[in-house]
Ligand binder design. Structure first.
Ligand code: ZN
Length: 154
């Protein structure tokens, strides 16, 4: 395994971990809100904001942590994790791209053109057994067609 792949995987795992912790924290907040009956309160907004500042001993961790801290931290973790995941994904796509020669399936057109495609995308659609792409606009006849992949090159 090369160093770059290892780095990519580490970043991906970190992104997912942060994302999951963020979701768990926000889930905990939601559950506490639910538990306190906030959602059945006649004035949900003020019940929510009051509940944010209540110290629940079970989640305070001896540091006086309140739901407001969990909410902020949860959102921050979600954002950071999400940004890491998106950044990693873009990098992988740039690294693993192939140039595909596509062909319009319309008998009167049969126009061929090249387009960059992600390796992962090709793999997930079942290439090379499956050779038709999802709906594209043909650059020549301007019809929406399902282009055939003639060849691919890296
Ligand atoms: Zn065409």
């Amino acid at each position: 395994m090369s160093m770059t792949i290892l780095k990519k995987k580490t970043g991906y795992a970190l992104g997912i971990t942060l994302f999951v912790i963020g979701i768990i924290m926000l889930g905990l907040v939601l559950w506490k809100f639910w538990d306190a009956g906030v959602f059945s309160s006649p004035d949900i907004l003020s019940a929510l904001s009051a509940e944010l500042w209540v110290v629940h001993t079970d989640i305070a961790l001896g540091m006086g942590l309140k739901l407001v801290h969990y909410s902020i931290l949860g959102v921050v973790l979600l954002l950071v994790g999400g940004i890491i995941l998106v950044a990693r994904r873009e990098k992988i796509q740039v690294v693993e791209e192939v140039t595909a020669l596509l062909e319009c399936p319309r008998a009167r057109c049969k126009h061929q053109w090249e387009e960059p495609l992600g390796k992962e995308q090709l793999k997930s659609m079942g290439y090379p057994q499956v050779r038709t792409l999802s709906r594209h606009k043909c650059p020549k006849c301007a019809k929406f067609i399902r282009p055939k992949i003639v060849t691919t090159r890296t």
